[in-house]
Design a protein around this ligand. Structure first.
Ligand SMILES: [Zn+2]
Length: 441
């Protein structure tokens, strides 16, 4: 195991072992038994993941002396959905057994929540490098037409065999690539929250998640070609993301405003009727592109020349902001956005104090941002080489749709990002306009 994974595991709260490497599926039984005992276990799979690794996982568990209950194998088509009904199906099958999810996002989430509801830990054997949720806590789950992330612990053991994940369909790898690309603009958002002291960076956690991102994203064409050795960085990066969230007890290390674009498009059911449905990572990839473009025009500005007292005096009063939020969203989403935006809204001296370090130290802040970021053109090239969407049209949107998502992403969550910095400085609209007139014509 790499030093980075070792260090991250030492701080993780739920996960006790992560196994990444070529051929490690044969070790799965022993590694799971070392942490969770001899079972009995229920392997939770679908027809696709069972065909890929069901027999090998079963053999490995038997060789480790584990008792096995009948596996639960969902149909392979249509794509399994993370609905609470399916979670109950997993729970019913569990009985006294411990779940081992054999699959990716959905099977992991269903097993995670079902296990939590039965008060026991679980393990996951990943079959695709498709998202960074393997080692994350919480499970996004749909019930009665509403999707919310249900709190539940991350797996005790995660096994990710590079030969297995490299053989997965290419769109799954491309999705994981899009999800990991979020760490570029998401990290830049955290730098801005750090400088303004809204949410200081935890250096150890930062190192876990950002340390290997550049390397993990460095070989997009080899990933698209299914070269198992190229997957080491991507898979480890995805696993580290989840471990960093455990260590931080929050999602900040893995996501910034780019994820809000994805969440909002998900709420609009974008691509939900496709088979398979448009993935999290594909939406996040375009969100990351949007935010890299926004950061790109932001760092070109000279914040040192900004008159903060004038910016604070020009700040929109709360009642007008609330009215705008209620024009932008409807129903429960509007109430939620009002609450979230209120939590980060400050005025007067408080606003000047928050932005002061950004303006006073602008040359060094700008340097930190430039080191963190890639240009939107570079990122588009990387995404395309990985086989991921690299233009709004690739996920069924227009540039105008992406543009219209900017204010919604700003209001959507209390998390402080580049969108808030621009807004507080009175530059939000200008920078959005710049983003689209110059970069996404
Ligand atoms: Zn994500």
């Amino acid at each position: 195991m790499s030093d980075a994974l070792d260090a991250a595991l030492a701080r993780a709260t739920d996960t006790r072992d992560v196994v990444v490497g070529r051929g490690v599926l044969t070790e799965a039984g022993r590694r799971i038994a070392d942490v969770l005992g001899q079972g009995p276990y229920v392997v939770v799979a679908d027809e696709n993941t069972w065909a890929v690794a069901g027999e090998a996982l079963t053999a490995s568990l038997r060789a480790a002396g584990c008792a096995l209950a009948e596996p639960l194998v969902f149909p392979g088509r249509p794509a399994l959905y993370a609905s609470y009904d399916n979670c109950l199906t997993v729970g019913e099958r569990l009985g006294d057994a411990t779940a081992i999810a054999l699959g990716a996002g959905t099977l992991n989430d269903l097993s995670k929540l079902a296990s939590h509801e039965h008060g026991r830990p679980y393990a996951v054997v990943g079959t695709a490098a498709s998202m960074d949720g393997y080692t994350g806590f919480g499970a996004p789950m749909e019930a009665d037409g509403v999707k919310i992330t249900r709190p539940c612990p991350a797996p005790a053991v995660a096994v990710l065999d590079l030969d297995v994940v490299a053989a997965a369909p290419g769109f799954l790898t491309a999705s994981g690539y899009g999800d990991l690309a979020a760490k570029i603009p998401g990290g830049a958002d955290w730098i801005l929250a750090d400088v303004t002291e809204v949410e200081p960076i935890d250096t150890a956690v930062w190192g876990m998640v950002q340390g290997g991102v550049a390397m993990a994203l460095a070989r997009p064409s080899d990933l698209a070609a299914g070269d198992p050795d190229a997957f080491a960085g991507l898979v480890e990066g995805l696993a580290l993301s989840g471990l960093a969230m455990q260590a931080y007890a929050g999602t900040r290390p893995a996501s910034g405003a780019e994820h809000y674009f994805s969440h909002l498009w998900e709420l609009d059911h974008l691509g939900a009727d496709l088979d398979p449905p448009l993935s999290h990572g594909f939406k996040v990839g375009i969100g990351s592109l949007a935010m890299c473009a926004f950061h790109e025009v932001l760092v070109e500005r000279d914040f040192a020349a900004i008159d903060l007292e004038a910016a604070a005096a020009a700040r929109t009063p709360w009642d007008r902001i609330e009215a705008d939020i209620r024009d932008t969203f409807t129903g429960a989403l509007a109430d939620n956005a009002v609450k979230e935006t209120r939590a980060k809204y400050v005025t007067g001296d408080d606003l000047v104090a928050r932005l002061r370090p950004l303006v006073d130290d602008w040359p060094s802040v700008r340097e930190r941002l430039r080191t963190q970021l890639v240009t939107s053109a570079e990122l588009a090239g990387m995404l395309a080489a990985a086989g991921a969407p690299s233009r709004p049209e690739d996920i069924g949107l227009t540039a105008a749709d992406v543009r219209a998502t900017f204010p919604r992403a700003m209001y959507y969550r209390s998390r402080y990002t580049a969108l808030d910095v621009a807004w507080e400085l009175g530059l939000f609209q200008e920078l959005v306009d710049d983003t689209f007139t110059r970069l996404w014509v």
